[in-house]
Design a protein around this ligand. Structure first.
Ligand SMILES: *[C@@H]1O[C@H](CO)[C@@H](O)[C@H](O)[C@H]1NC(C)=O
Length: 284
């Protein structure tokens, strides 16, 4: 086996390790999709890309080990499209989660989320009536709100303690009414509406029914978008690092493969010559 074959084998092995990272990201997203994010379609491209890289790098690895030129060609050819797909996916992920931000709340540990701060394809998708019905029932079933209760030495937390807490976007948007409504705290998911009449339309959507809470609020939809933005930001950073490494490995792999072929063609008594048709020498 030639040095460049060893190199191609090594590169394929490293690529294989990268595919595990991408798959891990996709699986992490889908585990969140079932708990916090409640959007179950966005992680699939990542899982498909990760699995493809895994299969193709194994093919390339076998190709390098057994000096199978076809497998190495396949590796280089298919990997080109996978890298293109990954670039496309990173751009897509950036585009869908680019717009929108949370707003800090005065004297509170948590931020709040406003639907009008978000825009774009993902927002249209989330606010879509049919789609929102699925997402909101997923949030309810995830029990993220009922798990929000805290006690200190057996005493339920007070409003002051609650105010200091850092809430995740779903907890902040879906489990409590917006601060602007001016409702009086009873517990984390129960607020006395009193005579307060906030101007926010979410104030009238709030319900102390533990099955309803703020699941129909705009703040809840914004919270879902904020939550996606957070988890996708993390995955995108990993993807960009993986992409850079993948391209470097690919370029080195291409160079090594070309080098291999040149030596094959130059070698007068190499084993390659016996299996290769004569015209390939003439092409030189
Ligand atoms: C708040 O109180 C209501 C009514 O007592 C209860 O159903 C709910 O579980 C409590 N919320 C939390 C987060 O403990």
């Amino acid at each position: 086996m030639r040095a460049s074959n060893h190199l191609i084998g090594l590169l394929n092995f490293l690529t294989f390790l990268l595919s595990i990272v991408i798959l891990g990201g996709g699986i992490w997203l889908s585990s969140r999709a079932n708990s916090t994010d409640c959007l179950k379609f966005l992680q699939w491209p990542l899982i498909v890309i990760g699995a493809s890289i895994m299969v193709v790098s194994l093919a390339g690895f076998a190709g390098a080990c057994y000096r199978n030129t076809f497998l190495m060609w396949l590796y280089l050819f298919v990997m080109f499209f996978i890298i293109a797909a990954l670039i496309g996916f990173i751009i897509f992920a950036y585009a869908v989660t680019d717009k929108g931000s949370k707003r800090p709340v005065m004297n509170k540990g948590y931020s709040e989320y406003y639907l009008q701060d978000y825009s774009g394809w993902l927002k249209d998708r989330v606010v879509d009536e049919k789609y929102w019905a699925k997402i909101s029932s997923c949030i309810r079933d995830s029990k993220v709100c009922s798990k929000m209760g805290r006690t200190y030495n057996g005493v339920p937390e007070t409003y002051d303690m609650f105010s200091m807490r850092k809430l995740n976007p779903i907890q902040s948007g879906c489990c409590k009414p917006p601060t602007d409504c001016g409702f009086v705290y009873v517990n984390e998911t129960q607020w006395d509406q009193g005579g307060a009449a906030g101007t926010d339309s979410d104030c009238s959507r709030w319900s102390n029914d533990q099955q309803l809470l703020c699941y129909q609020c705009d703040s809840c939809k914004a919270g879902v978008l904020g939550s996606l933005k957070k988890s996708w930001g993390k995955v995108s950073v990993i993807n960009i690092v993986v992409l850079i490494l993948l391209v470097i490995f690919y370029v080195i792999g291409c160079a090594a493969f070309r080098n291999n072929k040149r030596i094959d063609n130059d070698e007068p008594y190499g084993e390659a010559r016996m299996t290769k048709a004569q015209p390939s020498r003439i092409q030189l």
